[in-house]
Design a protein around this ligand. Sequence first.
Ligand SMILES: *[C@@H]1O[C@H](CO)[C@@H](O)[C@H](O)[C@H]1NC(C)=O
Ligand SMILES: *[C@@H]1O[C@H](CO)[C@@H](O)[C@H](O)[C@H]1NC(C)=O
Length: 241
Amino acid sequence: MFKMIVLYSIVSALFIHGSSAKVAPSYIKTCPGLKSDCLKKTIEDTLPHFAKGIPELGIAPIDPLAEDHVKLILPGGFKVELHNGTMTGLRKCDIESVSYANNEANMLMHCNLTIKGVYKASGRILIVSINGDGDAKIKIKKLKLVAKIKFQDKERDGVIYHEAKDLKIEHEYGDKVIFSLTNLFQGNPELSEAVLQFLNQNWKQIAEEFGQPLVDRLVSIVSKIITKFFTVVPKDELFVD
Ligand SMILES: *[C@@H]1O[C@H](CO)[C@@H](O)[C@H](O)[C@H]1NC(C)=O
Ligand SMILES: *[C@@H]1O[C@H](CO)[C@@H](O)[C@H](O)[C@H]1NC(C)=O
């Protein structure tokens, strides 16, 4: 009898150890059958946690997303530098729909995003000249994001991973983009204010004609973080038939 108990304890200890040796954090739940409703709910529940990053897996936060220094040349030769940049809001995105079929996931969401930093900029935007440096805050209201991820199984050390081999994120501006930028025209507060008003009145055209390099930069950072996640978490912890 005693032997049986010892044996039982060893087996259950092994079993419990085995089943808890998961790579993914415990807040990540699976969706048997990968049904859309479950996926939507799971992603809604997971996003606020995932957004903070998973340091033990080397996965950086996406909210806040920090970039010490970004230097961009926008269409028309307009130069912008952003120091100590942060973007917040991804953790609160509204997930509208998610689907998964034939190794491809599609997700539609709306996000309110805020970018902040210390900027330096010079050049022409549409009809105005800018030559300034100061504080920058850009609020993007109800940005529509459509993400498409193609997956592919990869086996490493006997473990199967469902890796993101192709990730595309398309965007469409929604309600508004609000620029709050100080000192757009160095040493001239009246002109700075007039230029800022112009930017805000023409936010849609400005975002569409000049925003692409910034969006590309953000998409590339977020894509890398998502790709990394699927590279380190085994398939069977995420995908259940
Ligand atoms: C960025 O932040 C660091 C640390 O808070 C600060 O020392 C530095 O002056 C900041 N850079 C700019 C351009 O404001
Ligand atoms: C975005 O902000 C608007 C109000 O400005 C709010 O109605 C909406 O629920 C917000 N959406 C998200 C995804 O936070």
